[in-house]
Design a protein around this ligand. Structure first.
Ligand code: NAD
Length: 435
């Protein structure tokens, strides 16, 4: 099939490279000229495991092309996916100006039947506006369909998620649109949920909100563990083995971040309010998440007392491992809060330091984990990169001023760390009995 993807970010580029790998002719289009120029030279602007190889291989086979001309993309493709960003406005509402702009440009350039697919995460009833805008701005009398096909890939494992999805959600109003999308995804052999556009839009918001709810729930239980001296890892295991609950997303920590959960929760709360429903449950989820970062900072203060002029080593900046994405990463708020107390920060992240340089001031970006520990009063774990799980702790003990680890991701065993001579503080972890 000839398809195009408008918006060549994490979702657009991964989807484009994967659709090309499945044998389609794909044009990835973006209004960021610099990005398109780099991509044409084989320079991939984001870190995502396996993406560079896939994009370059398919570009060489001429199945994947890049353009900044939306006209070129619309003329060449029967199916047009919209994958531009849908960030939060100040009031939490999804900012859909990017979507509207793209839809208008598609309408102006359409000369034949086109299927326009929302892949970006959008509030329920966006499809209605997409149809309305296409009808208003269309230049030639041509037929079109609108569909919703939300994306569920996770950064850090995006290619595997795209190629092996749990399900593919397709919201349509015509059999023709359903057949085209079902045909496009056929090689993936994944369960298809074919529904109406509004239900498809809601599936995405509901699914991200439910995952965020699980995280806030376990974080709230971890707070109780801290108070009574129980262990959240064992509590989560006991909960998660119940098949009705499941083990995923029961990792207590410093809360969720990233470009999706915070903004999608805000957008879902906002659209619900507009539709006349006060989604109190999600407001509580959001509040617990916010508190979790403050709670982590409090743990640091409870351990070091005064932070002024203390040096704090930080491992991890990206909002989760295997990505360089720092959008809404808890690390940024935590580091800024510590700086406000007068602490000096030494930080290391395997991939996200370049991007973080634009957001953080007066921070020492270190060469590796050990460098971040050098002369620090304590070490914080903020992102659970695999390489942080395999550090040489005798070396770390020598480098730190005091052997204190405050682990915001619960990646170490408290008993082992205490045996190694560290004061170890996790989130909701049982401390070894005091001798
Ligand atoms: P992104 O910011 O990485 O990419 C968006 C791209 O769209 C950018 O390259 C930007 O230059 C381009 N763009 C913006 N306006 C444009 C326009 N008018 N014309 C052409 N290009 C334009 O965003 P992302 O993370 O890929 O997310 C895109 C959408 O997918 C969002 O709605 C997001 O919620 C959703 N989503 C993201 C993920 C994820 O893990 N990142 C997962 C599922 C769904």
């Amino acid at each position: 099939m000839n398809i195009s993807i408008i918006g060549t970010g994490y979702v657009g580029l991964v989807s484009g490279a994967c659709f090309a790998e499945l044998g389609n002719n794909v044009i990835c289009c973006d209004n960021d000229n610099k990005k398109i120029t780099s991509l044409k030279k084989g320079i991939i602007p984001i870190f995502e495991p396996g993406l560079e190889e896939l994009a370059i291989a398919n570009t060489k086979k001429k199945r994947l092309k890049f353009t900044s001309s939306i006209k070129e993309a619309v003329l060449a493709s029967e199916v047009i996916f919209i994958a531009v960003g849908t960030p939060s406005s100040e009031n939490g509402e999804a900012d859909l100006t990017g979507i509207e702009n793209v839809v208008r440009n598609i309408a102006i350039n359409m000369k034949k039947y086109r299927l326009i697919v929302e892949k970006s995460t959008v509030p329920v009833e966006t499809g209605k506006w997409v149809k309305h805008t296409l009808s208003t701005y269309i230049n030639h009398k041509v037929k079109f369909d609108v569909a919703s096909n939300p994306e569920f890939l996770r950064e850090g494992q995006a290619i595997n998620d795209f190629m092996h999805p749990d399900r593919i959600v397709i919201g349509v109003e015509s059999k023709k649109a359903a057949d085209i999308l079902a045909g496009l995804y056929k090689p993936l052999h994944a369960p298809l949920v074919i529904t109406d556009i509004k239900s498809a839009e809601l599936i995405k918001h509901a699914s991200n909100s439910l995952l965020a709810t699980k995280i806030s729930f376990i974080n709230a239980v971890a707070r109780i563990c801290d108070i009574v001296g129980a262990d959240i890892i064992e509590v989560a295991e006991g909960l998660g083995l119940d098949k009705r609950i499941g083990e995923a997303f029961l990792d207590a920590g410093i809360g969720y971040g990233g470009s999706c959960f915070p903004k999608d929760l805000d957008a879902f709360i906002n659209i619900s309010e507009k539709l006349g429903y006060d989604f109190q449950l999600l407001k509580a989820v959001r509040e617990i998440n916010k508190e979790q970062k403050a709670f982590f900072v409090k743990k640091i203060k409870d351990t070091l007392w005064i932070l002024k002029d203390k040096t704090i080593g930080v491992l991890g900046l990206s909002f989760k491992p295997n990505t360089d994405d720092i959008r809404n990463a808890p690390s940024i708020d935590i580091i800024k809060a510590l700086q406000q107390e007068g602490a000096n920060i030494r930080v290391y992240d395997p991939q996200a330091m370049e991007k973080a340089k634009g957001l953080l001031d007066k921070v020492k970006f270190c060469q590796d984990s050990y460098d971040a520990c050098r002369n620090s009063d304590c070490l914080l774990i903020v992102t659970e990169w695999d390489e942080f799980k395999e550090l040489d702790f005798s070396k770390i003990k020598k480098l730190l001023k005091r052997p204190i680890i405050i682990d915001g991701r619960n990646i170490y065993d408290p008993r082992k760390m205490e045996k190694l001579g560290f004061t170890y503080i996790g989130i909701g972890r049982r401390q070894a009995p005091k001798k």
